[in-house]
Design a binder for this molecule. Structure first.
Ligand code: ZN
Length: 499
């Protein structure tokens, strides 16, 4: 073996594994967008076969040999080659260190967990779901142990979604955020000024589609390498070479699909900005969920809820929906775009209160993994925290602890990345405003190229060379801090609700 022959061999193997991943993602996209109702069995079988092939490709023992050789020659490698090697090793370990019967047990538990959660939520019956949750926590701990992370299983789970992030770091960030955010939410929600979202009714779906396409294209989404379709639960999948976004339309909730789509477009722009020839290695891959969310949230919130953005798009919006918007003033429209109303349901939350839903889930996950909270006590603790943080207490578990699907298939450690993304988005926002104070004037002319160009260069082009915290420091010159999110929420929502 030589370095000169090993590197291209590893590259070929990684390319195969990546291509198989994209095939799997495409099958899953198609399942949610196009699949005829009675074809689910065939699709499940197709996905199972592809999953097997994916696993064989990712766990090919020859990859192990190549990695071992390169690790010995590490000193001879360039910085970029080391990045590729590090992540290839991590993926290889994940593919090979879990015993086959554990993987099978986890897969079975995952589908059983989903069914149990669905039933429990329908019947408002937490007790029937509790054993599933208990088992999911045990499986997560066992998985962490197989990968040598048994001493800190919750950190292991967080790291799966947000590489390099740890519970202790998140705790410090969230504690500071909470201190500033809880009183701000109280102030805003007790304001006499209320948005009239209900005034936006009867927006024909076809015209919504036209407007949405115009907006997403204007901010830079390349429809030559991606598309947007309809699915019950919006998502963004695929890679930058072929991004698949979805949305859902409702005639009486036009802002829902518009902002949901701008959010997914933010994810899509990140994927399209990753170096396309390197998608199969860490150099062409997203850092993790936190950074991904920072990109979607930045476009959805800081950009698309700004005055400058609407200076440009309001006339077009009115031209598209003249009757629907006829009796709504510009200020009323802008307030509806920035509506704040506390809700028990995370997925319906506005951007001011959303973060408190995440803080709640993070604190509970942390305690569940530390063993200081028993699964049986989860509903009681959830409700108490909901009252403390949101000022609302669920009337039943369906609108409380049973509302999210994540834990049913063992997705612990995922929630914090939403809030990390929000903090990072706000920090990036003030940093770029410092570099270009006239940024909103750009938006008012329909020009988003400077912002996208900056993100391309300082975030997207870097792939996974840095973890979330290092990337924030590099891009903004400062460590990640919640103070920018607090500042942003005060500066955006204060003038609307507290003046
Ligand atoms: Zn997202």
């Amino acid at each position: 073996m030589t370095i000169a022959s090993t590197l291209p061999e590893l590259d070929t193997k990684l390319k195969q594994a990546h291509l198989l991943d994209t095939v799997g993602a495409l099958l899953s996209w198609d399942e949610q967008v196009n699949l005829p109702p009675n074809s689910a069995d065939l699709r499940a079988a197709q996905r199972a076969v592809i999953a097997d092939v994916q696993h064989s490709a990712a766990s090919d023992p020859h990859i192990g040999e190549l990695l071992e050789f390169l690790e010995k020659e590490r000193a001879q490698l360039t910085e970029d080659q080391r990045v590729v090697l590090y992540w290839a090793r991590r993926d290889y370990n994940k593919a090979t260190k879990l015993p086959a019967d554990f993987v099978r047990e986890k897969a079975e538990q995952s589908s059983r967990g989903y069914q149990a959660w669905k039933q429990a939520r329908e019947k408002n019956d937490f007790a029937s779901y509790a054993p599933v949750l208990q088992k999911n926590i045990e499986l997560a701990k066992r998985e962490a142990a197989y990968l040598g992370q048994g001493a800190a299983p919750y950190d292991y789970m967080i790291d799966c979604f947000d590489p390099g992030m740890k519970a202790a770091v998140i705790e410090t960030l969230f504690d500071e955020l909470k201190i500033g955010l809880v009183p701000l939410v109280r102030q805003i929600t007790s304001s006499k000024i209320k948005a009239r979202e209900e005034a936006l009714r009867g927006f024909p779906v076809e015209r919504q589609q036209t407007f949405l396409r115009e907006v997403t294209q204007a901010i830079g989404f390349d429809y030559g390498r991606g598309r947007i379709d309809v699915s019950p639960h919006p998502f963004c999948s695929g890679s930058g070479a072929d991004v698949r976004m979805t949305t859902r339309y409702h005639a009486d909730n036009p802002l829902g699909s518009l902002f949901g789509s701008i959010h997914e477009t933010g994810h899509g722009l990140y994927e399209q900005g990753l170096p396309i020839a390197l998608h199969h290695t860490a150099l062409g891959r997203a850092v993790g969920m936190g950074v991904h969310e920072s990109q979607s949230r930045l476009w959805e919130n800081q950009v698309a809820r700004s005055r400058g953005f609407w200076k440009f798009f309001e006339p077009k919006y009115r031209a598209t929906f003249p009757e629907q918007l006829g009796s709504i003033s510009s200020e009323e429209l802008y307030l509806a775009i920035n509506a704040v109303a506390p809700t028990l349901i995370r997925t319906e939350a506005d951007e001011v209160t959303y973060n408190l839903h995440i803080v709640l889930r993070f604190e509970l996950e942390k305690k569940l993994f530390a063993g200081t909270l028993a699964v049986a006590d989860l509903p009681k603790t959830w409700n108490a925290m909901s009252r403390e943080l949101l000022g609302l207490e669920p009337a039943n578990d369906s609108e409380g602890v049973l509302q999210d699907v994540h834990w049913s298939d063992g997705g612990f450690g995922y929630f914090p990345s939403y809030c990390i993304g929000n903090m990072m988005a706000a920090q990036l926002w003030y940093h770029v405003l410092g570099l270009r104070p006239q940024l909103e004037d750009d938006f008012a002319r329909g020009d988003f190229t400077w912002l996208l160009g900056w993100l391309r260069k300082n975030i997207h082009a870097l792939g996974r060379r840095y973890d979330t915290l290092a990337l924030v420091k590099l891009a903004t010159g400062e460590p990640l801090s919640p103070k920018y999110l607090l500042r942003y929420l005060k500066e955006r929502y204060g003038p609307l609700y507290l003046s």
